[in-house]
Each structure stands twice: as structure tokens, then as C-alpha cells.
Design a protein around this ligand. Structure first.
Ligand SMILES: *Cc1c(COP(=O)(O)O)cnc(C)c1O
Length: 385
């Protein structure tokens, strides 16, 4: 028998899209220099301020998230400047690679994969490199699922007027509180294809007044990702180059949807999907990998003798669903499942049931139905909260 399969993504980006968000640009195509698009662009920026919890300006760049990471480095720092970089996995390594590519002298605060870089480590790194102009961290490290304590890290930075705190919150936004203003986060980077429920193509950066002063002083040559001319144009809804019009139109629809749910509602939803999935993982006798797991994704090692690649292939071939494996040094060792954005409990429960069968097919000895049962019990207790 060959039952029907619906294609689904359960990856930590790209994530499922909100259907009405991707339909909108087909129903009503726009030109990016027309007045109605400029008004829409401004509206998207102001709605993003609510998600980022800030009054800082938010710039939209038409690139994937890493483009905005690059822009943060090249606009803040000249070659030879010093920076502290928190590395807890592949995306922290990306900050380090960017720093190296642009001649920034990096002091690395590193932890093994699965751990979180602590505020104390950042403080120690600042003692080693007191002249550091910026500190780069992830809110949540998507390669391991680990969450960083941004509130505490921001306290370390608070007395330092000449050091910017730059946060890759690409999978943090919408899954964990990101209090940009309250914590004084100078640059916060987001990406459209994570909790924002739209396709890839737009990256966002919120920039504080302190960061703007540093950007104005920075002498590094730049062109496409020069934030200063973007800033003056985007105040009028005018991006310097042709933007991802369709994704920005979709963002407006998706932001209306998710702001109606509320940021806390969205974070709570991710917590529900994550909690249900982890309850199943634990019931199977497997352990969640990071010491301090974020709601953005569940990361677990299925254990010896069970090949994650085989589980991932079965999920694709038998059930039409994409899940992710490990990156960097975790390649071939772990499974990653996303909870970002447009997921609901019904589909998470279905995914858990299919994952259980895929794990069994790969050799795990699991009692059929134990994972979904654990997820249902989690749901009942979550519902009572
Ligand atoms: C997805 C992601 C990025 C950006 O990746 P792109 O492929 O460039 O969009 C950066 N950091 C983290 C933590 C991510 O999860």
C-alpha cells in the first residue's frame, strides 16, 4: 500500500509558511517604488519593532540571515578592531569566520557543543580584551539547541559605552523573550524564514543609537550592505536596491497574524511543541542534547547503533516530512526538529508518532505509542497551566 503523503517541513528553518502570507503578493502584486509599497514597508518595520520589543529602527535587507550578520560586522568594525565572539556551535563559528574574513581580531569565548556561553565567560573575555568594540552572541544556537542567557550577558555590557552587544536572534525571536530595549541590545538580527512564517529572503536588523554612533565612526569601505544610506532611505520606506517584495508583503500578513496571537502566545506555542517533543524523546529513553535547551528546536541523540541519517531518510520517504541532522562536529550524531513559528499541536503529535516508527525502523527498541502518549500527557499538563 502506498498511502498519500503531504510534504511538510519540521526543520529549524526554513519553517512552514502561513498560506495567506504567500498568497498575498500573488493576489496583489506591488512595485517597490510605489507609495502603497513604501507605506507597507514602514508598517512592517513598526510591527517588527513590537516583535523585537524595541523603539530602535529596524532595517530590512534582502538576503538570508547571514547577510545581516555580515552587515553587522562590516558596519561596526574596521579591520584591526577587536571583538569578543561567543562560540557554542556552528552559528557562533559563523561569527568567528566573518570576523576573520574582515580582519577583525577576535577573542573567542568557546564552549563545547551543547553548552551555553555564560555571562561570566564574556566578562572574562572582556578582561583579556578590554578594548573590544563589540561582543557577538547567539540568542539560541541552532546547531545544538542551546540557549544563551542574554539578560545576564547584557548586564556585563551595560557599563561599557564603547562596546556594542550584537545578537543573532534568528531562531531566538518568537521562541524566547528578546527584550531588545530593556536589555540594551545594540544590534539584533532576525531572518524571515524562521519564526516569521514566511519564505527566506529578508533579514532584519534593529540598531540602537549607540550602534549608529559607532557605525558613523567606522571607516571600513562598504557598498551593498552599507547601513547608513539604507537608514536614511528606509525612513521613507525606500530600500536602496530592489527588495524581496513578495516576502515583505507576506511579512505584513504574517506579522498581523502573529501579533494578534501575541509574542508571549507565540513563545508559549513553541514551548508547547518543544515540551511535547521532549516528553516523547525522554519516554523513548533518549536524552535531549543541550544542557539549557531553547524552545526553538529539539536536539537529541538517538543513541548507539541508531543512524540519524536513516531516521531522517525514513521520515522523508515514508512520511513526507523533513527533519534535520547534525552540523559541524555533530554531523551523523543527532536529530534536530524545529518548533519555530507556524506549528500546532496536532501536527507535532503526528510528527512524534511518525518519528517513533522511523526510530524503530532504524533499530530502536521502543514500545509503539509511547512517544505520542508522553506528548499527550504533556499537553494535558501544559493546558492546565
Ligand atoms: C538560520 C540561522 C542563521 C542564518 O542562516 P541563513 O541561512 O543565512 O538564513 C543564522 N544564525 C542562526 C542561529 C540560524 O538559526
Amino acid at each position: 500500500m502506498k498511502p498519500l503523503k503531504k510534504r511538510r517541513v519540521f526543520t529549524p528553518g526554513p519553517t512552514p509558511v502561513l498560506p495567506q502570507a504567500v498568497l498575498q503578493p500573488l493576489i496583489s502584486p506591488m512595485h517597490h517604488r510605489a507609495a502603497d509599497f513604501k507605506a507597507l514597508f514602514r508598517d512592517v518595520q513598526s510591527k517588527l519593532q513590537q516583535v523585537f520589543q524595541t523603539q530602535n529602527e529596524i532595517l530590512l535587507l534582502s538576503c538570508s540571515g547571514s547577510g545581516a550578520m555580515e552587515a553587522a560586522i562590516t558596519n561596526l568594525l574596521s579591520a584591526g578592531d577587536r571583538a569578543i565572539i561567543a562560540v557554542a556551535g556552528k552559528f557562533g563559528e559563523r561569527w568567528a569566520e566573518l570576523a576573520e574574513a574582515f580582519g577583525v581580531r577576535a577573542e573567542i569565548a568557546r564552549v563545547p557543543y551543547g553548552e551555553s556561553v555564560s555571562a561570566e565567560q564574556i566578562a572574562r573575555a572582556l578582561e583579556t580584551a578590554p578594548d573590544a568594540s563589540a561582543v557577538f552572541v547567539q540568542a539560541t544556537e541552532t546547531s545544538t539547541g542551546a540557549m544563551m542567557d542574554l539578560g545576564k550577558i547584557s548586564e556585563v555590557l551595560e557599563p561599557r559605552q564603547n562596546t556594542a552587544l550584537v545578537v543573532d536572534a534568528i531562531t531566538g525571536l518568537g521562541t524566547t523573550p528578546i527584550q531588545t530595549n530593556a536589555w540594551g541590545l545594540d544590534i539584533v538580527v532576525g531572518g524571515s524564514q524562521k519564526a516569521f512564517m514566511v519564505p527566506p529572503g529578508v533579514a532584519m536588523l534593529s540598531v540602537s543609537e549607540k550602534a549608529w554612533r559607532m557605525i558613523e565612526r567606522c571607516r571600513r569601505p562598504r557598498y551593498y550592505f552599507d547601513l547608513l544610506p539604507e537608514r536614511s532611505g528606509q525612513k521613507e520606506g525606500h530600500s536602496r536596491f530592489t527588495p524581496s517584495i513578495a516576502v515583505i508583503q507576506g511579512l505584513q500578513v504574517a506579522l498581523d497574524y502573529l501579533l494578534a496571537e501575541g509574542i508571549d502566545g507565540l513563545i508559549g506555542n513553541a514551548a508547547l511543541q518543544a515540551g511535547a517533543t521532549r516528553a516523547a524523546v525522554q519516554r523513548w529513553g533518549m536524552s535531549v542534547f543541550p544542557r539549557c535547551p531553547s524552545n526553538a528546536l529539539t536536539v537529541f541523540a538517538p543513541g548507539s547503533g541508531i543512524d540519524p541519517a536513516r531516521v531522517i531518510a525514513t521520515m522523508h520517504d515514508r512520511f513526507g516530512v523533513e527533519i534535520s541532522g547534525g552540523q559541524g562536529s555533530l554531523k551523523g550524531r543527532i536529530i534536530r526538529i524545529g518548533h519555530l513559528g507556524y506549528f500546532d499541536f496536532l501536527e507535532t503529535l503526528g510528527m512524534i508518532g511518525c518519528l517513533e516508527l522511523a526510530l524503530k525502523q532504524a533499530g530502536a527498541s521502543i514500545q509503539t505509542g509511547s512517544g505520542p502518549k508522553a506528548a499527550l500527557e504533556f499537553y494535558e499538563s501544559f493546558d492546565k497551566r
